[in-house]
Write a protein that binds this ligand. Structure first.
Ligand code: ZN
Length: 337
C-alpha cells in the first residue's frame, strides 16, 4: 500500500475552499536558500570558517543575491537552470561538454536562437567555483578581499541549491506544458518551508565536507542528471495531489507583511507522502554539496588562512559604543592630527 493511502482523504484537504496559487516561479525561495547556506556553514571545519570570515551572517544574507540580480541583469535568469529534456528534443548531446563545444552545437542547431536558450547552470557552476578559488588566491598575488570571497561563495551555493531542484532541469519548469502551473513553487518553496517548520524534522545524515568529493566540472552535471531523473515522479505526484486536494488544499498564509494563497499544512503533508518524502533528503544533499564545493575550492586555492582585515583604530573601536551623532563626529575628525 502506498503511504498516502493511509491518510484520510476527507479532512486532510478540506481546510479552506479558495482558488489558485499566487506565488510565482523563482528558485528554492528566500528562506530555504538562506537556510541551506546556514546548514552548509554548520558542517564546515574551523579553518574554512575562518577563511570565510568566521561569521556566517553575510554569507547567509547573500544566499539570494543571484535571484535578486534577475531583476537587473538580463543574462542572470539562464544561470539558474539547464533544460536537459529540451536539449534532447533538439537532438543536442550537451551533457558534460565544455562551454566552447556546447556553444558551437547550439549555434549549429539553430543559428537564429540564443546559445543560452536551454540555460547555463552546469557551466555557471564551474565558473562560479573558479571565481571562488580566485577570490581566495588572486592571480595578481594581491590580498584576498573578504567581500569578494563571501559573494563568490554565496553565489556558488545558490546555483548548487538550484541544481538540486528537479524542475530547474526541465523546460516544463512550472508545469506549463502539462497543465500543472504552480508545481515549481510547490516543490521547492511551499514543501520546504513546511518541512522546516516541523519540530520533528529528522537531522540530515552526517557527511563530512572534508571527505566529500566535489569535482568542479563533473559534479554539477551529475547533480543535474539526478535532479532530472526525479522530474516524471514530481509531475505524477502533483497530478494525484491535485485530484486529492484540488482547490480545498489552499488557504491564506502570512508571508512577511502580506497574506498569500498557499497550500495548507495538511495538503503539504499529503504532498510529502505522495513524493515518498524525497524533498528533505534532497535538501540535505544540497546543503552537504554546498559545503563540499566551498571546501574543495578552498583546497584548490591552497587552503589560505583567513583574509587579514584592516585593524580598527582606537577611534573606530570607541565609535562602536557611542551614540551615532558622536560616533560620526569622532570618525570625521579621525584624519586630523
Ligand atoms: Zn536561483
Amino acid at each position: 500500500m502506498k503511504p498516502w493511502r493511509a491518510l484520510p482523504s476527507d479532512p486532510v484537504c478540506r481546510v479552506f475552499a479558495v482558488v489558485g496559487i499566487t506565488l510565482g516561479m523563482s528558485s528554492w525561495g528566500f528562506v530555504p536558500h538562506r537556510h541551506l547556506h546556514a546548514k552548509a556553514w554548520a558542517s564546515l571545519p574551523l579553518e574554512l570558517r575562518l577563511a570565510l570570515g568566521n561569521d556566517p551572517t553575510p554569507l547567509v544574507a547573500r544566499a539570494t543575491d543571484a535571484d535578486s540580480r534577475k531583476h537587473t541583469d538580463s543574462l542572470e535568469a539562464a544561470r539558474h537552470y539547464f533544460d536537459l529534456d529540451d536539449a534532447h528534443a533538439e537532438g543536442l548531446e550537451l551533457w558534460g561538454k565544455p562551454w566552447s563545444d556546447a556553444q558551437q552545437l547550439l549555434q549549429q542547431a539553430d543559428s537564429s536562437a540564443s546559445v543560452r536558450r536551454l540555460g547555463m547552470l552546469a557551466w555557471q557552476l564551474e565558473w562560479s567555483y573558479w571565481r571562488l578559488v580566485k577570490a581566495w588566491a588572486p592571480s595578481d598575488s594581491s590580498d584576498p578581499d573578504l567581500n569578494e570571497i563571501v559573494r563568490a561563495a554565496a553565489d556558488l551555493g545558490h546555483y548548487l541549491g538550484d541544481a538540486h531542484v528537479p524542475l530547474h532541469t526541465s523546460g516544463n519548469y512550472d508545469g506549463q506544458r502539462t497543465g500543472q502551473r504552480g508545481i515549481h513553487a510547490l516543490w521547492e518553496t511551499h514543501a520546504v518551508e513546511w518541512l522546516l517548520s516541523r519540530p520533528e524534522l529528522p537531522a540530515c545524515p552526517p557527511r563530512d565536507a572534508v571527505l566529500a568529493n566535489y569535482d568542479p566540472v563533473w559534479t554539477p552535471w551529475e547533480i543535474i542528471l539526478e535532479s532530472h531523473a526525479m522530474v516524471p515522479k514530481v509531475l505524477a505526484a502533483e497530478r494525484t495531489w491535485q485530484s486529492m486536494c484540488n482547490r480545498d488544499g489552499h488557504g491564506f498564509r502570512r508571508r512577511g507583511r502580506t497574506m498569500q494563497l498557499a497550500p495548507t499544512s495538511a495538503s503539504l503533508a499529503v504532498w510529502d507522502s505522495l513524493t515518498h518524502g524525497h524533498t528533505w533528503p534532497r535538501y540535505c544533499l544540497a546543503s552537504q554539496r554546498i559545503a563540499a564545493a566551498w571546501h574543495s575550492a578552498w583546497v584548490d586555492a591552497g587552503a589560505p588562512r583567513a583574509p587579514r582585515l584592516p585593524r580598527a583604530s582606537w577611534r573606530e573601536q570607541l565609535a562602536l559604543y557611542l551614540p551615532q551623532r558622536w560616533a560620526d563626529w569622532l570618525l570625521r575628525h579621525s584624519s586630523k592630527p
